[in-house]
Design a protein around this ligand. Structure first.
Ligand SMILES: NC(=O)c1ccc[n+]([C@@H]2O[C@H](COP(=O)([O-])OP(=O)(O)OC[C@H]3O[C@@H](n4cnc5c(N)ncnc54)[C@H](OP(=O)(O)O)[C@@H]3O)[C@@H](O)[C@H]2O)c1
Length: 376
């Protein structure tokens, strides 16, 4: 795989938001990508970034972007960019990202709008980068076909954390049959200012609109493969389709809760394997700790060096202690034990703003560059 030899100009849409700020922080020191343009709403456009943004990161605003004037999110303002990362609010992401794709830009999005599109890969970069194979078919939908433009989305932040160990387990032990997941989700998952303090301090909110449906559906698209359609398919014989784990139907049930934690989603997971007898807790621990994703083998600079840390302590992982594991790009797992109803249960902790959002998009783009899906 050829690493880029010259900087690749990139832009960020929604650069003033929670995810956008994480993009700016990561991209300011990226070895391949150079921040070229920042976009946000008409409220922010025309103002220097440092004035437009309500900066909430623990590190200062990168010096190189403080005085960069925020642009409107229109493709003409990002013409010199090869890649555009989107942290746009879902209310506006659909139209804006579609316009950028139509203008032949490569878009890596965090928004939900295109996740269910049958031609748009929904990629967790530590799991299913093979789904980039759908891009030529996506580009061929346009007349004339797009040469460089496409959309890749990453998953909902709570889906992302727990599909990493699920994928590691399927790789080691074969298909899963059933998954139960109960989430304890951080406030920052709702963006800024997020849940009102009087609703979340001293409280747990057992409902996050749309979240359970997203986890249950996205898990199947991500863990499933790509299949070739037969002649009866609307796309015609040979067309690629996401198979939604059809060869081994997987039942997923999610229960989502908002908890008074700033960053880091915790998830309590129980799984049932198709294979009998199922692996033991020790075999599961070893498989998770040994897991190395394709993104790491490819040499992606933002991929975690060690993807899953398996804790032996009975009271880990915890958001305050573990959310910055591998700079927020890795996933922490603990309490691996037998489940009396399914087979095995464990706890997952993932940083929702890093691997749950911006870091995933950036690794997706790195893989796409290395696989020559991004033309630059
Ligand atoms: N937070 C997470 O952990 C997380 C994780 C995964 C995915 N996501 C998804 O990522 C996206 C961003 O989330 P967030 O938490 O960063 O939200 P956020 O903090 O509310 O930021 C939203 C961004 O969208 C911009 N925006 C709003 N209206 C716009 C318009 N009309 N035109 C152009 N830009 C506009 C805002 O700009 P202004 O500042 O100018 O208003 C801001 O930069 C959402 O789709 C969310 O569902 C979030």
């Amino acid at each position: 795989m050829q690493h880029p030899t010259a900087p690749i100009p990139v832009g960020v849409l929604g650069a003033t938001g929670t995810v956008g700020q994480r993009f700016v922080t990561l991209l300011a020191v990226h070895p391949w990508f150079v921040l070229h343009a920042l976009g946000a709403s008409p409220r922010s456009a025309g103002r220097p970034y440092a004035q437009a943004v309500n900066w909430k990161q623990t590190t200062p605003i990168p010096a190189a972007v403080r005085d960069v004037v925020v642009r409107e999110c229109v493709p003409e303002a990002f013409r010199e960019c090869t890649i555009v990362f989107s942290g746009l609010d879902a209310d506006v992401a659909g139209d804006i990202e579609a316009a950028f794709r139509a203008a032949d830009l490569a878009v890596f999005s965090n928004a939900k709008n295109f996740r269910r599109d049958p031609h748009v890969p929904l990629i967790v970069p530590l799991v299913n980068t093979a789904h980039l194979a759908m891009i030529p078919q996506q580009q061929a939908q346009f007349t004339p076909p797009l040469a460089r433009g496409f959309i890749v989305t990453n998953a909902n932040c709570s889906t992302t954390g727990y599909v990493v160990p699920l994928h590691a387990l399927e790789r080691a032990f074969g298909p899963l049959e059933a998954v139960l997941v109960t989430t304890l989700q951080a406030i920052s998952g709702a963006g800024y200012p997020g849940v009102p303090s009087l609703d979340i301090i001293d409280n747990v909110v057992p409902y996050i609109a749309g979240e359970e449906e997203k986890i249950e559906w996205e898990t199947l698209k991500i863990l499933g493969g790509l299949s070739r359609a037969d002649a009866s398919s609307p796309g015609g014989a040979g067309a690629l389709a996401f198979d939604m784990h059809a060869a081994h139907p997987l039942r997923v049930s999610a229960a989502c809760n908002r908890v008074p934690v700033i960053d880091g989603h915790t998830e309590c997971v129980s799984v049932r394997f198709a294979r009998r007898p199922p692996p033991s807790p020790q075999q599961v621990r070893e498989a998770l700790a040994a897991f190395a994703p394709d993104a790491q083998a490819l040499g992606c600079p933002s991929a975690p060096r060690r993807t899953i840390v398996v804790h032996e302590e009975p009271d880990r992982p915890q958001p305050r202690l573990d959310r910055y594991y591998q700079d927020g790009a890795g996933v922490s797992v603990g309490r691996v034990r037998q489940c009396a109803v399914l087979d095995i249960k464990f706890v997952v902790l993932a940083n929702n703003v890093s691997i749950g959002a911006a870091t995933s998009s950036i690794i997706n783009a790195e893989v796409a560059v290395l696989k020559n899906v991004v033309k630059y």
